[in-house]
Write a protein that binds this ligand. Structure first.
Ligand code: AHR
Length: 514
């Protein structure tokens, strides 16, 4: 596979390399776009495998250092990540979760079976109060997912009442008795999950009626009223977005969407997380970039049905999904996380930024130990993944104002007549007043020169961090926790030109100086 200049490449005639190609990146600082909502950097924590139990929650009596049951090392690393929002308790798990089983003394809570994920016991040790304790420690917002599949409108209404009501309500008093007199702040509340599949195999029309049924009975004091989210579709199917926005999902702030990157595109053999061939690096990048087509198609539907742009398009599950690691419970969805995942995350961020007007929230699946995780634990050990580092590098983009970028003369990375843009870029004016540029080189073998021009600013230098490694599947292990992590990167203008050599398979986030 080689890199080629876009524009002169006839796909299928993959010929000479363009090692000396110069891609022109123009950032228009004078034309600010939409604000990139910090919730684009949201996380998802489901009762799945060791994602919550062990990965985050060890219980107050554990030898692993913890605060009221939440492990200190993991919470500390997540705080450093400035996690803005956490979605809980599922996923598919949410549609079998009954909130009353997760309150009150922990030793009295019923033990259930997690039928979706490995058939293991679910102790209900982590319930509403524990979740909000975590949220408060992280300084994040709460995104709670209600049970539509096996729950009732009454159960939904009472959960909201339990979490948000004040005063003499008997559920408010029960909450106080359980340790939290003040209402919990539920920032977002969604009704059901993947209603087209594990959430009940419904049609969008039927789901819309059920959503409205539940939403009718959601009553909360004004200052504690959550924003409602309707659970939408997946992949290239825009029907869910269309029906939900056309038929009118009551009071919704957004319609959600799920899309996972599978290297092979097949659910039975998805591809390995490590030790993969370059063809699977390429197919993973190609599959990731489909996210932009899906967003464009759904946004076009929303623009038709909701021209006032009241409804957001929330990608509340995304990320890589590989074959599970050999020797682990297949229901735990445990996979290693490599440089490839870091590049996938950055490509997605650049796409989300370009559609910041509608994409006001996303939640990567999932936060710890499950799928494309930030953190991997094994008993008392913890490591940070390359995806964690991408999130960390992109912090300046949280609540920043997006700036339009154009890439002229971009290179193409491809094989067998198929090609994708070699360089992906994004830019924003951050809250610190600086202009930041993010660059991704999807080509795992060749560096590319990018000439940066910031219209309206005399850019004399860029300074920031780069994440890259020798191997496509470079990853951290408990023995080598820092095998891959960001290092400083800078470049200065010379002769009036600011040229940045973007190494193969790399992610860069740079502040523009001058
Ligand atoms: O993230 C794992 C699962 O993927 C979620 O529970 C479900 O919503 C999706 O199918």
């Amino acid at each position: 596979m080689k890199a080629f200049k876009t524009g002169i490449l006839a796909l299928g005639v993959l010929a000479a390399t363009s090692a000396y190609a110069q891609v022109q990146l123009t950032v228009d600082a004078g034309k600010p776009g939409a604000v990139i909502n910090k919730n684009v950097y949201g996380q998802f924590a489901e009762h799945l495998g060791t994602g919550i139990y062990e990965g985050l929650w060890v219980g107050p009596n554990s030898k692993i250092p913890n605060t009221r049951g939440w492990r200190n090392d993991v919470v500390g690393a997540l705080k450093d990540l400035q996690v803005p929002l956490v979605r809980w308790p599922g996923g598919c798990f949410a549609d079998e979760y009954h909130w009353r089983e997760g309150i009150g003394p922990r030793d009295k809570r019923p033990v259930k079976v997690n039928t979706n994920w490995g058939g293991v016991p679910e102790s209900n040790a982590v319930g509403t109060h524990e979740f909000f304790d975590l949220i408060e420690m992280l300084g994040a917002d709460a995104y709670v997912n209600a049970n539509l599949g096996t729950g009732s409108a009454q159960e939904t209404a009472e959960w909201i009442e339990y979490m948000t009501s004040e005063g003499k309500s008997s559920l408010a008093q029960l909450r106080a008795k359980n340790g939290h007199p003040k209402p919990f702040k539920v920032a977002y509340f969604t009704i059901g999950n993947e209603a087209w599949g594990c959430g009940g195999n419904m049609t969008p029309e039927y789901y819309t009626s059920l959503y409205n049924h539940h939403a009718t009975f959601i009553k909360a004091p004004k200052e504690y009223r959550p924003k409602l989210i309707a659970s939408g579709g997946t992949g290239d199917d825009t029907k869910w977005t269309d029906v939900l926005s056309r038929q009118g999902v009551k009071e919704t702030d957004g319609i959600s969407f799920h899309y996972y990157t599978l290297p092979t595109g097949k659910w039975d053999v998805k591809g390995a997380a490590t030790g993969f061939p370059e063809s699977e690096w390429f197919s993973t990048m190609t599959s990731t970039l489909r996210m932009e087509d899906f967003i464009k198609a759904n946004v076009a539907v929303l623009d038709k049905n909701d021209p006032q742009k009241k409804i957001g398009f929330y990608v509340d599950e995304w990320g890589t999904w590989y074959d599970v690691e050999k020797g682990t419970n297949p229901g735990f969805l445990f996979q290693r996380n490599t440089l490839r995942d870091a590049v996938v995350a950055a490509l997605n961020f650049n796409i989300f930024h370009a559609h910041a007007e509608r994409v006001r929230m996303t939640n990567i699946a999932q936060m710890v130990n499950v799928l494309q995780a930030m953190i991997i634990t094994d008993k008392d050990k913890m490591l940070l993944t390359p995806t964690y580092w991408t999130y960390k590098m992109y912090i300046p983009f949280q609540d920043a104002t997006s700036l339009p970028v154009t890439l002229a003369n971009n290179v193409t990375y491809g094989e067998n007549g198929k090609g994708i843009p070699g360089i992906s870029a994004s830019a924003a004016r951050a809250k610190d007043g600086k202009t930041y540029v993010a660059l991704v080189n999807a080509n795992p073998r060749e560096a590319t020169d990018v000439v940066l021009n910031v219209a309206g600013q005399n850019a004399s230098a860029v300074r920031g961090q780069i994440l890259t490694a020798e191997a496509m599947d470079a990853h951290n292990t408990f023995e080598h926790k820092d095998a891959i992590k960001p290092v400083p990167f800078s470049a200065s203008a010379s002769g009036g030109k600011l040229s940045i050599k973007v190494p193969a398979k790399s992610v860069l986030v740079l502040a523009v100086e001058g």
